[in-house]
Design a protein around this ligand. Structure first.
Ligand code: ADP
Ligand code: MG
Ligand code: MG
Length: 442
């Protein structure tokens, strides 16, 4: 599209952009950057910029290391916090092989493949994430601590502290980048915050999550704070989740809404829930991808532990918020913000589509408090648990060909190998807890 290219070249010139960061993620969702100057922008937009793929985790072997970056022109944005003379812009890229085919190790390509599958069935997926994070103080050497200065709780307005100021700055910056911020508030734990932005189509939202984390981290740093998206930084207080509100649209209408359906939900919605429930345990390896993720998924801290859904209860894995009409949606509550947003959305969409394709019946909704049921009572109504560890989640993923197919062979293999290694390294650690409990006892 030559017009689109010319438009971006002109914009870059008019806005005095000197540097452009070409962004993409590795299979773990860690953002990578290749910085170019404006005179290379045209070549970049033509998809002619090469980089060494072997330097990126989970990508390729040395002997096949030439990769091409194909920027998505829709993602052109100028960083508002950088000087406006000699500005810095970014473009999010897809990765291509030298032969011009999409690279199967690129998470963004992977999501696009599942989106195409949905499109073939007539669906567009919309996703609205609610990402939580902690703001911690840094020490004299700039290293992050676990200290927060605030004593605020959920929705507290006072005292206005350093964290509140930083969050205000984050919201303003995100708005300058075109985000529609729906809510921004202090979360339950000290130092914990949440910023919600408006839902969008699956690919845009995955890109937005990437940008969101980048903005939050950058601006935290500018306020002398450290932002973390790890799932459970401190034992004994709530961890950080990233609830994913999701819906399918067909012909411009919300396909989950049916005023005459059970709970005013359509058959599609019921089957989609059926798919999410069926694949939840295998998906956890992607949506909750770290050792630490499973320390959040424990009873007592508002995080889901059991595989169940409800339209009434706030605690289950899958909640159906009360809104109907265009806002009808399914909220998946186990993902945490350490997940790779492209892969997380890809597997959830795949699971839902599998539900619709194969008419997977959702189990009965569970409206009583699952945390007050004992194991026998849960077994009686068929309520499973989410995996208790990364290792358990990997076993599930290895046994689930639907979720594997959403990831594709390349990402699936490398992801599992890397995560297995992570688990093995963790398994041999001797922790403080063990020393405290065993050193003097035995
Ligand atoms: P909660 O009830 O968990 O506090 P919020 O109202 O804070 O939920 O979050 C709602 C999120 O759901 C927002 O990101 C919003 O844009 C998103 N959302 C609203 N309608 C839809 C929809 N039809 N599909 C997907 N996401 C939606
Ligand atoms: Mg919330
Ligand atoms: Mg929520």
């Amino acid at each position: 599209k030559p017009e689109v290219k010319q438009e971006i070249l002109k914009k870059a010139k008019d806005l005095d952009v000197q540097f452009i960061r070409l962004q993409f993620t590795d299979i773990f969702g860690v953002m990578k950057n290749v910085a170019i100057t404006r005179d290379q922008l045209e070549k970049a937009l033509d998809g002619e910029l090469m980089f060494d793929g072997s330097s990126i985790e989970g990508f390729v072997r040395i002997e096949e290391s030439d990769m091409y970056l194909k920027p998505d022109p829709d993602t052109f944005a100028v960083f508002p916090w950088r000087p406006q003379e000699g500005a810095v812009a970014r473009l999010i890229c897809d990765i291509y092989n030298p032969d011009g085919t999409p690279f199967s190790g690129c998470p963004r390509n992977t999501l696009k493949k599942v989106i195409a599958e949905a499109k073939e069935m007539g669906y567009t997926m919309n996703v609205g994430p609610e990402a939580e994070f902690f703001l911690f103080h840094t020490d004299q050497n700039g290293k992050p601590t676990l200290e927060t200065h605030d004593k605020a709780g959920y929705f507290d307005l006072t005292p206005v502290d350093q964290g509140e100021n930083a969050r205000r700055d984050m919201v303003l910056t995100l708005q300058q980048l075109g985000f529609e911020i729906e809510a921004s508030h202090h979360e339950v734990a000290p130092g914990q915050h949440e910023i919600d932005f408006k839902y969008d189509d699956a690919l845009t939202t995955a890109d937005n999550i990437l940008t969101f984390k980048y903005v939050v981290r950058t601006l935290a740093q500018r306020h002398g704070l450290h932002a973390t998206f790890m799932a459970k930084p401190i034992m004994g207080i709530n961890g950080s989740g990233m609830h994913c509100n999701q819906s399918l649209f067909k012909d411009g209408k919300n396909a989950f809404y049916d005023p005459n359906g059970e709970l005013e939900l359509s058959e599609d919605a019921h089957y989609y829930i059926g798919g999410l429930v069926k694949h939840a345990r295998a998906m956890a390896a992607i949506t909750n991808p770290t050792i630490n993720s499973y320390k959040r998924l424990v009873p007592g801290y508002e995080a889901p532990v059991y595989v169940a859904w409800s339209a009434r209860n706030r605690s289950p894995l899958i909640r159906i918020p009360a809104r109907r009409g265009v806002g009808t949606r399914v909220e998946m509550r186990n993902p945490d913000p350490s997940t790779n947003p492209y892969l997380a959305i890809a597997v959830m969409l795949k699971a839902g589509l599998d539900g619709i394709k194969n008419k997977i019946e959702a189990p009965k909704p569970v409206n009583q408090n699952i945390y007050e049921m004992n194991a026998a009572q849960r077994a009686e109504v068929g309520i499973d648990s989410l995996p208790g560890s990364l290792e358990e989640a990997l076993v599930e993923l290895k046994g689930n060909t639907i979720i594997q197919s959403a990831l594709g062979e390349h990402i699936y293999r490398r992801f599992v190998d890397a995560k297995q290694l992570e688990w093995d390294k963790y398994r041999i650690q001797v922790t403080n807890w063990e020393l405290e409990n065993y050193l003097t006892m035995f």
